[in-house]
Design a binder for this molecule. Structure first.
Ligand code: PHE
Length: 448
């Protein structure tokens, strides 16, 4: 695939543009909604520890694999496998990715809709117009869920219609630093509250006796979900990356940023859960954490209302606006996968593809809006199992069909002699042996 062909599909304007867009894809509800809930249900600090190991030892090598496949071919996940091998079986890996993207986006849109609805909750609460307890109950209100899902999907579609650098890149550049800023301020506030130390201890002092196979399974699924791996989102984003960028460095930056945001979110939300409990919100039952998909949406407003007054309102509104934006930069990457597939493989123009693919996925979101218990099931099949499975297949394809030597040729374009470096040598072993084995063992042991 020539560089000019890559350019005509769209390109990032700068390396920072790619890193921010990929980090924008990675940082989202996975960090702030899914990570703290998973960590709290799986023993806090022990989960954090295993999660960090999964991100850097498993996630980072898979991320490099995905970006290098994308940049080499300049294609969507299905086209990329077609371009690298004549064997007809491999594009199925890309197809699986497209399918995961479709279903993850369908429930993600509903949760993102909740986030967006809480911007209004904060405004109405500040104006004294609602009793927020009734709003919390409304995460089970199908019509409200449907309205906010539609609103969210419309925003996603309109950005995807705008294309790569104008749509995706512009949106992420300002939002990410703002999100970091507000997280910091909130952590300082929470940590200063009396009663937060219990939550901090649970999060930061790992209890090694809690490490078992279900915990490792959950941590691995979370790492793949949070880093947007295993479904070709980074193959797609890599396909818009210019030829001489340093892929290992970009992948390291994205992994680090995403992990940092998840860590900070845990530092905010786990202590905040204990504070919320002191305010009468049921978080634990008989010492066990009650893992509800909508728990975060009770804990956070309770925190903001605890700050009170104008300041509480400002912080609450800003937080939910930023979280909605973080979710938006993830939904655009989820939608970009099936859309780029429709554009490249079926020659459908971008604007039309965005509308039809996005509209189709919205129909699934509407069903989920009226039965939110589907979120757990879809999340299990397509994120917990689907993404690590995609990760194994991508590693095996790179290691044994495309071959690491060719991948190194690609990686060395922006990072000369990468194959001789320590990281390069280790990467080869991880992609070919360690990642597939560890992920496979983990998946299998959970089904037996
Ligand atoms: N990484 C995103 C998040 O943490 C979700 C996502 C998963 C996006 C897979 C793209 C692909 O919210």
């Amino acid at each position: 695939m020539s560089a000019s062909a890559t350019t005509s599909r769209g390109n990032w304007n700068s390396k920072l543009g790619f890193v921010l867009a990929a980090a924008g894809s990675a940082v989202g509800l996975g960090n702030i909604w899914r990570f703290p809930t998973e960590a709290a249900s799986n023993g806090g600090g022990a989960f954090l520890l295993i999660y960090l190991i999964c991100c850097f030892l498993i996630g980072f090598p898979v991320m490099m694999a995905e970006i290098s496949i994308g940049r080499k071919t300049g294609k969507n996940p299905v086209g990329a496998f077609k371009a690298l091998s004549s064997n007809k079986i491999y594009p199925l890996i890309g197809m699986w990715g497209v399918l995961c993207g479709i279903f993850i986006l369908s429930f993600y849109t509903v949760v993102a809709g909740w986030t967006f609805s809480y911007v209004f909750e904060e405004v109405f609460f500040a104006a004294g117009m609602i009793d927020w307890a009734s709003w919390v109950a409304d995460t089970s209100n199908g019509w409200l869920n449907a309205i906010f899902s539609i609103a969210f999907m419309c925003c996603t579609i309109s950005i995807i219609r705008g294309g790569v650098s104008d749509g995706i890149e512009k949106a992420t550049k300002t939002l990410m630093p703002l999100l970091f800023g507000i997280l910091f301020l909130l952590i300082i506030y929470v940590v200063m509250q009396p009663g937060s130390s219990e939550g901090l201890a649970v999060y930061l002092q790992p209890d090694f006796s809690k490490i078992d196979m279900p915990l490792i399974f959950a941590a691995m699924g979370q790492a793949f979900f949070s880093l947007s791996l295993g479904m070709g989102a980074l193959i797609t984003y890599g396909s818009y990356l210019s030829r001489d960028e340093n892929v290992p460095q970009a992948a390291a930056l994205v992994t680090f940023t995403d992990t940092m945001v998840a860590f900070l979110a845990g530092l905010l939300i786990i202590p905040a859960m204990y504070l919320a409990q002191a305010n009468g919100i049921a978080i634990f039952e008989n010492g066990e954490f009650i893992a509800g998909t909508d728990l975060i949406f009770q804990v956070l407003p309770s925190l903001f209302h605890g700050i009170g007054g104008v300041l509480g309102a400002i912080v609450g509104i800003t937080f939910f606006v930023l979280l909605s934006m973080a979710a938006l930069t993830s939904t655009i990457s989820l939608l970009e996968v099936p859309v780029s597939y429709a554009i490249d493989e079926h020659q459908i123009p971008r604007k039309k593809a965005a509308l039809f693919v996005g509209g189709g996925i919205l129909l699934i979101s509407l069903i989920i809006s009226f039965d939110t218990s589907l979120i757990g099931t879809l999340d299990f099949i397509f994120s917990q199992v689907g993404l690590p499975l995609g990760g194994i297949l991508i590693c095996l394809f790179l290691g044994y069909a495309w071959k690491t030597e060719k991948a190194f040729d690609e990686l060395e374009r922006g990072n000369p002699n990468f194959r001789q470096t320590m990281i390069g040598k280790t990467w080869r072993v991880f992609v070919m042996v360690i990642c597939p084995l560890v992920i496979l063992y983990n998946l299998l042991s959970n089904f037996w």
